[in-house]
Design a protein around this ligand. Structure first.
Ligand code: PEP
Ligand code: MG
Length: 895
């Protein structure tokens, strides 16, 4: 018989490797307990229990018994009983999923208080006001999060009290007023739900646990999971922990501390401290916290002890940790720890420093950073002059530069962003309700809260620009405007620039300047600790990676830039742009030609222009492979628009005969489904002389480069092949031209000829095709379109949002390779191709070549290279290195 499922673990029973079962928070609490840190005791209800609840709508029957036993253990450890009328034990209930996940019910404090035990706690602490404040908080939190009462009703009642007493702060309400307020809160609950606030502590506890389970499915939690690609089935754990109080007077307090600065990565303890307050006050940013160093002045020994524990934790986890802590009458308690979220800048610096300090290996340091973070660092920053006076200064909570129209609520942010507008969400402070707006906005600006406020933490996690605590701004969300200290009024829709690195807000759109990391990558020269860390990580990635990284580039300028960024060649040089601009007339002439001579003339005029293009690109990539793809798009793309032409002809007093001719050609070429029409290799085979002209231009350019002492490595690539017959015909023609040029110039070229694999049929018959190809380059854009049978341009604009929302896609298959379908075709083709042609080179040149997850897949599939846009090259190099360290290769390289 299998062991019965255990649904509850005391903190002392768990450990850090149990995060899937106990959630991140529960595993952290268990681990801290295990290594002897001062953690208030408690227990964790497992994610398994939550999964049963989510599936069946009922808690597993064993849960009640196990929770009661764990509670009895806790009561024994604390020498107090939950909710006892005399000196009661109080507990907190917190959600804690495998991955930190804003949007779920976070916390209910002070469970165990009721009409009797409130007096007991008053007596035990000697603080009546504190007791009533705790009770009214419980009724408020419980009423809102467990019983579903609109939170504003409580806030309104609280505000009414404060107005009546003419005080600005909750702190100034005395015990009697708080007792009255508690009664009012209870009345609100009764009125709204028809139920009384439960007096039974055990009922409070079990209902709070159930509410945490339920909160897994809130709208906000779903939105967050979708965005972060967190699986819907993980469920959350629930932590029940003995309460300790930071709000028992001046010798108490609460705070958040980091072992290093999570914004910059700088070494040294860092955080916020709020005297005489409960933890939620810091996280909510409701009151402005002191810098942590102030705790040293307030209580040196406690500060010293905290710093010791932070060191212990960082050594133990070998990474940046953050903790929530409480000081209760001079005694330090650690309430939570986790490996801390950090900005991209901090990620690189911390990984680099930990490696230098000998804490982690070079490989581990590389795995700790990501291509997405690197890309974020390459973004430009604002260029400001001394004349640019900011509207306000705030806390630089999440770096970067963003410009957008000001909006004052989440819904408006979502609405405007959906209409294509860039927006900046401005709030006094944010709550989980603002999450959709934060996702939609370019930046978040708040007038209250510090680096650990909700706005700061969430924005940093998303890599979104954030300035918080800009106190000089009076934010009026009702009138939809904010006013600066000097009286400048900024209304909804006005454009501001938010500098999350400097912590400033400016009116209007500031000019941008390249990022220091971007510059360092292009020059390969470090200019400070951050760039040193980035270049160090990249150098290590380059030394371990198996995948080569090439660029998709079709101009000499792009080629130069790509090379500077580390490209090892061009994996896709699209030739279509070379048919545009001033050359369009020649292309039109080629298309319209009725006789061979006219077409040949047009092609002959295009030849030297193409030759020059290729010469320059080969020069820029001297010594490195340049894969030149023959013309791919349908020809109508080079002709004027059908409607425009028709209108022009209809409106003209004397219609231009050439327009008539053009319209006839456009109509002749009109296709219902151009994506599946006369394009790719079909075009090369159907338009006499076109392919020959392009191959000749490549050959002559390469010959010219050889003569100039260069080392050209041109490769010719045939697009959209579906059967080996097409490739055979195209290859024969290309080889004929290459031989012709060799005979004319006396120079033999080594010019590999390969094909794109971008149709399912090509992938499935790759074994045949490989006999005629020197290389395969997977065109995963078209391969995705044709495997799924959808047109990217149409689908992305129409039903994609719906599919993402309904979970048909977790992520667009055009962004990250669909491993099961399109990816499977890639694997089949690589294996079959190599079996026939062991020297076959394989790469990918669709957009997926620059996507981190896809790069890991291509590594596993055993490809030789990925090719991507120049700006994605550094991230691709980094991810290719990380893939070598974290992935096992599926197909062994047979060569
Ligand atoms: C592809 O299909 O993946 C590809 C690179 O070609 P294009 O995007 O130019 O069709
Ligand atoms: Mg294609």
């Amino acid at each position: 018989m299998s062991k019965p499922m255990k649904y509850v673990y005391a903190f002392a029973e768990g450990g850090r490797d149990m995060a899937a079962l106990l959630g991140g928070k529960g595993a952290g609490l268990a681990e801290m307990t295990r290594i002897g840190l001062p953690v208030p005791p408690g227990f964790t209800v497992t994610t398994d229990a939550c999964k049963v609840y989510l599936k069946t709508g009922e808690e597993p029957p064993e849960l009640a018994v196990e929770a009661a036993q764990a509670l009895a253990g806790l009561e024994q450890a604390m020498g107090r009983t939950l909710g006892a009328p005399d000196d009661p034990l109080l507990v907190s209930v917190r959600s804690g999923a495998r991955f930190s996940m804003p949007g779920m019910m976070e916390t209910i404090l002070d469970i165990g208080l009721n009409d009797e035990s409130v007096a007991g706690i008053a007596k035990a602490t000697g603080q009546e006001r504190f007791a009533w404040d705790s009770y009214r908080r419980l009724v408020q939190m419980f009423g809102h999060t467990v019983m579903g009462v609109d939170g504003d009703l409580f806030e309104e009642a609280l505000t009414a009290h404060k107005t009546r007493r003419a005080v600005a702060d909750d702190h100034l309400l005395d015990a009697g007023e708080l007792a009255e307020l508690t009664e009012e809160f209870k009345a609100i609950i009764r009125k709204e739900t028809g139920e009384d606030f439960p007096q039974d502590p055990a009922e409070q506890l079990s209902r709070a646990i159930r509410a945490v389970f339920d909160s897994w499915n809130t709208e906000r939690a779903r939105v967050y999971r979708q965005r972060e690609h967190i699986s819907e089935d993980l469920g959350t754990a629930v932590n029940v922990q003995a309460m300790v109080f930071g709000n028992l007077g001046a010798d108490s307090g609460t705070g958040v501390a980091f072992t290093r600065d999570p914004a910059t990565g700088e070494r040294g303890v860092y955080g916020d401290y709020l005297p005489d307050a409960q933890g939620e006050d810091v996280v909510a940013g409701v009151r402005d916290a002191l810098p942590l160093i102030e705790l040293k002045k307030l209580n040196g020994p406690v500060y010293g002890e905290l710093v010791d524990h932070l060191r212990t934790l960082e050594d133990h986890y070998r990474d940046l940790c953050d903790v929530e802590f409480t000081v209760e009458r001079g005694k330090l308690w650690i309430l939570q720890t986790r490996v801390g979220k950090r900005t991209a800048e901090a990620a690189f610096r911390i990984a680099h420093d930990l490696r230098e300090e000998g804490t982690v290996s070079e490989d581990e340091a590389l795995v700790r950073v990501s291509g997405a973070e690197l890309t974020r660092l390459m973004f430009p920053r604002f260029r400001t002059t001394s004349d640019d006076v900011p509207l306000a200064h705030g806390v630089p909570a999440s770096p970067g530069a963003a410009v957008g129209a000001v909006v004052f609520d989440s819904a408006e942010a979502v609405r405007r962003a959906a209409a294509g507008e860039q927006v900046v969400l401005v709030r006094r402070e944010t709550t989980p309700d603002d999450l959709p707006g934060m996702i939609a906005a370019q930046a978040v600006l708040t007038s209250r809260g510090g680096k650990t406020s909700h706005a700061a933490v969430v924005a940093r996690g998303m890599g979104k620009v954030c300035v918080c605590g800009a106190e000089a701004l009076a934010v009026d969300t009702v009138a939809r405007r904010f006013t600066t200290e000097t009286g400048t009024v900024v209304n909804e829709g006005d454009v501001v620039s938010v500098d999350g690195t400097a912590g400033t807000v400016h009116l209007g759109e500031l000019p941008l300047t390249a990022s220091e990391v971007g510059r360092a990558l292009e020059t390969a020269a470090a200019a400070g600790p951050l760039t040193e860390a980035v270049l160090g990580a990249l150098a290590h990635a380059d030394s371990v990676r198996r995948l080569q990284v090439r660029a998709n580039a079709d101009t000499p300028e792009d080629a130069v830039r790509a090379r500077a960024l580390g490209a090892q060649g061009i994996g896709l040089c699209r030739t279509e742009h070379m048919f545009l601009g001033e050359r369009r007339a020649l292309v039109e002439a080629m298309i319209l030609a009725r006789e061979d001579t006219a077409r040949e003339e047009a092609l002959a005029a295009l030849l030297p222009l193409q030759r020059e293009d290729f010469t320059k690109i080969l020069e820029a990539m001297d010594g490195l492979p340049v894969t030149i793809r023959l013309l791919d798009p349908p020809l109508h793309e080079f002709l004027p628009d059908r409607m425009e032409l028709a209108v022009r002809l209809a409106e003209a007093a004397e219609p231009d005969p050439r327009d008539r001719e053009l319209l006839a050609a456009v109509e002749r070429m009109h296709e219902q489904n151009p994506m599946l029409g006369l394009r790719g290799v079909r075009l090369g085979l159907a338009v006499p002389g076109l392919m020959a002209m392009q191959v000749r231009a490549v050959a002559e350019a390469a010959t010219a480069r050889l003569r100039a002492g260069g080392d050209p490595k041109a490769e010719i690539m045939i697009p959209l092949v579906g059967t080996v017959e097409e490739l055979r015909l195209a290859r024969t023609e290309a080889e004929r031209v290459l031989a012709e040029v060799a005979a004319e110039t006396g120079t033999e070229l080594d010019c590999p000829i390969g094909t794109m694999i971008e149709l399912p049929r090509a992938a499935l018959t790759a074994g045949k095709i490989a006999g005629t190809a020197d290389f395969f380059s997977f065109g995963t854009n078209d391969l995705t379109q044709t495997t799924w049978g959808l047109s990217r341009d149409d689908a992305e604009a129409s039903f994609f949002p719906l599919y993402l929302e309904k979970g048909v896609f977790e992520v667009s298959p055009f962004e990250t390779i669909d491993q099961e379908g399109v990816g499977r075709l890639v694997e089949i083709a690589v294996e079959a191709g190599r079996a026939v042609n062991p020297r076959l080179q394989t790469g990918v040149c669709g957009e997926h070549g620059g996507d981190p997850d896809s790069i890991h897949f291509f590594h596993r599939a055993g490809l030789d290279y990925v090719s991507c846009s120049p700006f994605r090259i550094p991230a691709a190099r980094l991810e290719a290195g990380r893939a070598t360290l974290t992935e096992t290769t599926r197909t062994s390289d047979t060569r």
